[in-house]
Design a protein around this ligand. Structure first.
Ligand code: MGD
Ligand code: MGD
Ligand code: MO
Length: 817
């Protein structure tokens, strides 16, 4: 197919004229950016002629953007002479809800810069000299496989399987065989590895769910919001974090356009969602949602606006009368509001205003409006929970949905993040049998403690699961599709010190296709293919009530000496004598056939391999209409109890009360605590501490449009379109003599970042945001000129989840003179 014909197709769908498409192509593109990159790689030069005409492609194949933004966009790659010359978006679907054209965002369309990036790892590398010292030697694949297999054997024989660790990494989340599954399967086949619970995204809310709802239960879909009178979004930002025509962005805009549902966004930032889909913005100090909610519920109760009947029938612990047996007197939420609890403070709007920065009159108005809207869809993104006390923020937002009686009804919701409809596409198995062989788990964020002193980690101090304490620390790490060894993990300096000592963690293998800050700390670094260099059945994703799957075709041969994860693991399995168990006698192609077979058993109308290769995308709209969470429970709570101990929604959790007596928070963590109620807890480096600290600004780290975490952060076009910068309010900037675009230093006791100021009223006073994911690039003085926010963040796991508080830190900002 020629490109001109494809442009014609797009034109129908997007209204883009050929002229503007060409302009876009040149700007986002390709020629200027591609040629030097290709030259760097020593590959034949491609002339995609930009404005003067378009290169003819030999073929067009389907694949997808697999980065972890959770949108999952199909891409059509045009290939000429073995080189990807152009990346086009989805050409199927329409603008109708449930049939959306899944149009890739700027990042997806910039894939060529990534495939042909000068940062691509060319061949296996071995560290020489000190770990992290920056000296490397190229080695053969044979040597790499032999070394990894013998290190796995040595560590297993010396310390046992619990000393092996598969590191958290989200770089190829959207894949299936190309996902992060191959390495876990290898490790599980070899007897297993120390497990992990939680993730870097949602640890606190994941830990909060069981104590309120018994398990993770996503809210109604955003498509269902068409039946709402009001949407209230707490730190939920689909327009930036669910970009593309297949993301929730499309659903939110469609609901807004067709149904004009009033929308309030509660966020320290005037996000794109607030700006484009919001009617009202409530700027709030980070980490204080539970205080805002207490202030609002105080108003509702005082004015009789809450849904007492719902609380009586479905909930535990709002009132003294529904507290579980054995709960101390005055431990209900009502007693907390009245100041009869242990803190003795009444939770008036004035009290909440002091903490949150939202004026008391505004809190009253907001409370009345939310209580009056029937039904109201209350959702939260994951920004509010990625905090020092994020578990309580998440639970407080659940509570607001319960107090207003919005749970289990169309147009309502349970205060969690929106749910959606997915297709049950078969996943590549991480292990055979019922469960992975090793049952012991730590929080995925706690690995650094397990390297420093694993055996000191216990159930009540570190949340270790499956055992009272660890017997051994992490001695070997497989770090695949991850930059969380350095860039994406809080407090880069502490991590580097720990890793430098290779008597602690004795062996680290990193697998990636870009040379990241994480690669710097490997002992062996392996060059992976991108997903465009291998085959897959991509499970797709979902938005609203539409799910889809994408054909993963191989567009080009592996670049340089890169290999697929499946090939790497098969080679290592052979050396460990477990090849047959690992592969089940299948090639990657045969695994894909198996995935198709298995999926077609579950979804009879799912296309065959040949059909999907042609179609590219298979989409399906929910046949039962928009998702309404907890409908069964609402209809009949006796027949359909929740998985909580009481079977009801637990506003007061007896389990948490008991844990609060037992769990230990020694030393630096002595200020942490667990609470039976979703109450506001002043945190370390939180809103109150900011007022007396020498670092008086609360620094959050929103997820940014030009990258998915650190993925795409090295692409010139993305950096031009979405440069790194610090958002700072004009009030705070003026006080420091800072003007827009000034070079600034952002610092605290842990580190210093150099970046530029974006002086904007789009962020609350007293708050700054340095979008996470920029590449760490320290200069000779240790100042990070790349602008990585984790240079500033603290390593301090949250109290219940032991999760990542990636939006909690205090900083000071000064102009560079
Ligand atoms: N473009 C893009 N999209 C992405 C990603 C990306 O890096 N770039 N990352 C993907 C991944 S892995 C994930 S986990 C999701 C993350 O999705 P989220 O966690 O929802 O994204 P964040 O930007 O961290 O936070 C959402 C909003 O919460 C606000 N916020 C921060 N602290 C608070 C608070 O205390 N209270 C309130 N009310 N609001 C607060 C932030 O300003 C932000 O606008 O996004 C995914 N999508
Ligand atoms: N302070 C702060 N820190 C944060 C956050 C925050 O809000 N604040 N957000 C956190 C969140 S939500 C998350 S999910 C994490 C994300 O952190 P990570 O999971 O580390 O995600 P990325 O930074 O995108 O890095 C993914 C890597 O995978 C590589 N990759 C891509 N495809 C493949 C492949 O097919 N094979 C291999 N081998 N490699 C591949 C990419 O090149 C990239 O280097 O960051 C967390 N860090
Ligand atoms: Mo995430």
């Amino acid at each position: 197919m020629t490109i001109v014909a494809d442009v014609g197709l797009d034109q129908e769908r997007t209204g883009t004229s050929r002229r503007s498409f060409l302009k876009w192509s040149a700007a986002a593109g390709g020629t200027a950016a591609l040629v030097p990159a290709v030259a760097n790689l020593g590959m034949p030069e491609v002339r995609a002629e930009g404005a003067t005409g378009m290169a003819e492609a030999d073929r067009t194949v389907w694949n997808a953007c697999l980065a972890n933004c959770q949108s999952r966009c199909p891409l059509r790659l045009q290939v000429k002479d073995g080189i990807v010359v152009r990346v086009l978006p989805d050409s199927t679907g329409s603008d109708e809800m449930g049939d959306f054209n899944i149009r890739a965002c700027v990042r997806g369309r910039a894939q060529r810069e990534r495939i042909y990036s000068p940062n691509r790892i060319k061949r296996p590398m071995k560290r020489v000299g000190e770990r992290g010292g920056g000296q490397w030697q190229e080695i053969s694949w044979e040597e790499a496989f032999d070394t990894i297999a013998s290190e796995m054997k040595r560590v297993k024989d010396t310390y046992g399987n619990e000393a092996l660790w598969y590191h958290y990494g989200s770089g190829s989340t959207g894949g299936n065989i190309t996902k992060r599954g191959t390495w876990p399967r290898l490790l599980n086949t070899y007897g297993g590895y120390l497990g992990q619970f939680g993730d870097y995204s949602t640890a606190q809310i994941t830990a909060a769910f069981p104590y309120t709802y018994g398990e993770w239960i996503s809210s109604n879909s955003l498509e269902d919001a068409q039946r709402s009178q009001l949407q209230v979004m707490f730190g939920n930002n689909p327009l930036e974090t669910r970009m593309s025509g297949g993301g929730e962005l499309a659903v939110v805009q469609k609901v807004r356009k067709d149904f004009q549902v009033r929308t309030i966004v509660i966020d320290p930032r005037y996000s794109d969602t607030a700006a484009i889909a919001g009617d009202d913005w409530v700027p709030i100090r980070p980490g204080t949602d539970a205080a805002l909610i207490a202030g609002m519920i105080h108003v509702m109760v005082e004015e009789g606006l809450h849904d007492q009947a719902f609380l009586d029938k479905y909930c535990v612990g709002f009132d003294e009368a529904t507290l579980p047996e054995g709960a101390p007197a005055n431990s209900s939420y009502r007693a907390y509001l009245a100041g009869k609890g242990t803190d003795g403070i009444e939770k008036t709007p004035e009290w909440a205003a002091e903490i949150t920065g939202v004026p008391a009159a505004r809190i009253r108005k907001l409370a009345r409006e939310i209580a009056a809207a029937k039904p109201a869809a209350i959702t939260q993104g994951w920004g509010p929970q990625r905090h020092a006390t994020g578990e309580n923020s998440a639970r407080a937002i659940f509570l607001l949905a319960a107090v207003t009686g919005n749970i289990g009804i169309p147009g309502g919701g349970n205060g969690a993040r929106e749910g959606n409809t997915t297709l049950p596409v078969k996943a590549f198995p991480l292990f055979d049998g019922e469960a992975p062989p090793v049952k012991t788990q730590i929080s995925c964020f706690n690995w650094i403690d397990a390297i420093n002193d694993g055996p000191s980690m216990t159930a009540t101090k570190d949340g270790v699961r499956g055992k009272e304490k660890l017997d051994v620390g992490i001695k070997l790490m497989v770090v695949n599709a991850s930059n969380t060894l350095i860039n994406q993990h809080n407090d880069i300096h502490v991590t580097q010190e720990t890793l430098r000592d290779d008597s602690k963690c004795e062996f680290i293998v990193v697998i990636d296709h870009q040379w990241t800050a994480t690669c710097d700390w490997g002992d062996i670094v392996l060059p992976s293919t991108t997903n465009f260099e291998e085959i897959d059945l991509i499970p797709g994703a979902s938005c609203g009530d539409m799910g889809w799957a994408i054909y993963g075709d191989k567009a080009i041969e592996p670049v340089f000496e890169s290999k697929t994860g499946y090939e790497m693991c098969t080679e290592i399995a052979r050396r460990l004598g477990i090849e047959k168990e690992f592969t089940q006698g299948r090639t990657q192609e045969q695994w894909r056939d198996w995935l198709f077979e298995q999926t077609r058993e579950k979804i009879p109308e799912f296309p065959t391999k040949e059909q999907l290769a042609e179609m590219g995308v298979f989409r399906k709209h929910s046949p039962t209409g928009p998702r309404v969470a907890m409908k069964d429970f609402r209809d009949d709570p006796v027949a359909n109890p929740l998985k909580t101990p009481s079977g009801k929604i637990e506003i007061y959790s007896q389990l948490l009360h008991e844990m609060s007596q037992k769990w230990e928070f020694p030393g630096e963590r002595s200020g942490d605590r667990l609470t039976a109620l979703p109450e506001h807890v002043d945190s370390w480096e939180g809103a109150l501490e900011a007022r007396k600290s020498e670092y008086p600004l609360q620094c959050i780290a929103h997820h940014y449009k030009g990258r998915t975490h650190s993925s795409y952060a090295n692409l010139p076009t993305m950096n031009e379109a979405h440069p790194q910068m610090l958002w700072i309010n004009p009030v705070d900037a003026r006080a420091r003599g800072i003007e827009n675009d000034d070079e600034i230093l952002v610092r605290n006791a842990r580190g210093t970042v150099k970046t530029v100021a974006r002086v904007t009223p789009r962020i609350a006073p007293g708050v700054v945001s340095l979008p996470q994911g920029a590449w760490y690039r320290p200069n000779s003085k240790g100042v990070d000129e790349g602008g990585c926010v984790n240079t500033l963040m603290k390593y301090h796991p949250s109290p219940l989840a032991k999760g990542n508080p990636g939006h909690t830190a205090l900083v000071e900002v000064e102009k560079v003179n």
